[in-house]
Design a binder for this molecule. Structure first.
Ligand code: PEP
Ligand code: MG
Length: 315
């Protein structure tokens, strides 16, 4: 190959790092969209909408009880649109609402939230949405309008799914509300051990993608409260049981051609990402500040894997 000679004294721009692994970014606020896009990420592997919704200071139930659904829909639509606009042509996986009930307590409508001893194990994620379809529908209306406006880079990700039936129920509801569910990406968070164990059934149920929510997957696999300092030393992302669940699930997803990603904090840890790529993951979503390092890690790991494969072939 002929390399173009740089003019003497001219600064040579660093070549962009190309990776086979899709390097995505986690986003929570519309205000962070530009900074997230500036990392050059290949998409958004987790758009948390809790901050947008909690920031409204009224519970979803309040909007419904006051017949003010349109207010909720407009605000959420505007927030998500900013992120979609920052990532044209790149996938943006928006997670449906996943806030525990105690986080709604002090808002308008908070008095109607159930009181739970264990909110993290309770009425949140897809469970809440399946039990209160009116609240689910309000969110889906936002996505439907965005799809109708041509935002085909928008994908939905359901949190805290533990059984394929929950995915199928959510999909059926969405179809019933007029969305062409075969034309859009619908995926799940793998953050309850049961969904990792049953990943093959989820693939057969037609998920478009799966993303490890390791923050929860670790706490539920190891029975370690992720917010309890007394046991934080036992919160081990690389615990062999966690790694086994992840490795096996990646292998099954590959078999079914289902894109497999990670959006928990472990996806921002270079050592973990190296291990994930070695074990076949094809997508990683990291925090904004970690993107560059994760991209370098992915490139280095991929290069080493290629060299190892060639050496093995030539041996
Ligand atoms: C996770 O559980 O890893 C995750 C990304 O979700 P959250 O941290 O919002 O629970
Ligand atoms: Mg989670």
């Amino acid at each position: 190959a002929v390399m173009a000679a740089a003019a003497p004294g001219a600064a040579i721009a660093a070549a962009p790092i190309i990776t086979a692994t899709s390097i995505k970014v986690n986003v929570s606020l519309a205000e962070a969209a530009a900074r997230a896009a500036a990392t050059g990420a290949d998409g958004v592997g987790l758009l948390r909408i809790e901050h947008m919704i909690l920031g409204m200071n009224k519970t979803p139930g309040w909007y419904i009880s006051q017949n003010k659904e349109e207010e909720f829909i407009t605000e959420l639509y505007n927030g998500i649109k900013v992120v979609l606009d920052a990532f044209p042509g790149k996938p943006v996986w928006v997670r449906t609402l996943d806030a525990p009930t105690d986080e709604f307590r002090n808002m308008l409508g908070g008095e109607s939230e159930p009181i739970e001893h264990n909110p993290m194990l309770g009425w949140r994620g897809i469970r809440r949405d399946l039990q209160s379809p009116d609240q689910f529908r309000m969110q889906i209306e936002v996505f439907k309008r965005l799809w109708d406006r041509g935002y085909d880079n928008l994908g939905l990700m359901f949190p805290l799914v533990g059984h394929p039936d929950e995915f199928l129920k959510a999909k059926a509801l969405i179809a019933g509300w007029g969305v062409d569910v075969d034309a859009v990406e619908l995926g799940i968070m793998v953050e309850i051990p049961s969904s990792a164990i049953l990943i093959e059934d989820f693939c057969k149920a037609g998920i478009s993608f799966a993303s490890f929510g390791t923050n929860d997957l670790i706490q539920y696999t190891l029975a370690i409260d992720r917010n309890n300092e007394l046991v934080s030393s036992m919160y081990r992302p690389k615990h062999p049981a966690v790694l086994k669940l992840i490795r096996d699930a990646i292998a099954v997803c590959r078999q079914y051609g289902v894109e497999c990603s990670i959006c928990g904090q472990a996806g921002s840890d270079p050592k973990m990402v190296e291990w994930l790529i070695e074990n076949g993951i094809t997508s990683v979503s990291a925090n904004i500040d970690a993107i560059q390092k994760i991209r370098e890690t992915a490139a280095r790991t991929e290069k080493r894997m290629i060299l190892d494969a060639v050496r093995l072939k030539n041996a």
